[in-house]
Design a protein around this ligand. Sequence first.
Ligand code: AP5
Length: 263
Amino acid sequence: MSWKQSQHLKMEFVKPPDRSNRAAWLEGPSGRCTPQPGVVRRLRLILLGAPGVGKGTQADLLRKHLGACHLSTGDVFRAAAHSICEPSPAMAAALDLMRRGELVPDSTVWEMVRERRQCLHCAGGFILDGFPRTLMQAESLKKLMADENIGLDAVINYELPRAEIVERLSGRRTCEQCKAVYHITRQPSRDQAVCDRCGGQLLQRDDDCPESVKVRLETYERSTAPLIQFYRDLRVLLPVAATGSPEEIFARTAASLEANLHG
Ligand code: AP5
């Protein structure tokens, strides 16, 4: 099966119920997801782009419109950090690296993704956010998807100047419960400290401090930016400007998917 297997299918954006349902991803194989009704166009996407470019924000909009599952590796690590269970030594080391803005070792990330490979078969499709992040991860994912007979529709690469990225990260607030993302001035919640969606408390991420942001941006250039050429060579890369409002960027993303997946 080709990486662009479903090119011939008509692209349709739908409005499935606005609820997050990714228990199997966040909790691992023991988590049980509720089947999502209303999916008429299953898409399998990867979101690329520097930290803070808005991948999580766009993944949430794509999830709402497509019914696809938002699979963020960063969210799995953050869920582990807030778990009441004692983290394994590998997870404790991963969380320490994450706080400093460095990448978690490929072996730890890959073990976590491989354990959750059933999520790649999700009936609604998926939006991978934050994975893959190194060439080794990209090669491993490509092989896994070929072995499991799963096609990839597109890799969307969000592009934004560095100054705007730093501004977005410094104002970000995240719901500690449902992981919804806000910005103190650009995308504020109704009450500064409370999530509009679930009433959870809004917090600043540990790795959004200036020192960690600097490390994250350098790490992105060194380890993740080479994936742009990797996916360009596979002819699945769609560059999208990440300037403007989230809705404008989403409209650009949808138009690019429409144009390219219709062939
Ligand atoms: P991860 O959670 O993946 O973070 P990231 O890639 O650094 O990306 P962010 O979540 O910071 O940004 P985003 O692009 O999603 O932007 P967002 O939508 O939030 O990874 C964290 C860490 O985990 C890594 O550093 C690493 O240690 C580890 N890790 C995870 N996966 C790994 C892997 N595969 N391998 C190794 N290590 C791994 O938006 C940012 C802000 O901007 C928000 O406040 C938002 O409200 C605002 N905003 C969004 N869009 C707009 C807009 N259009 N206009 C104005 N403001 C906007």
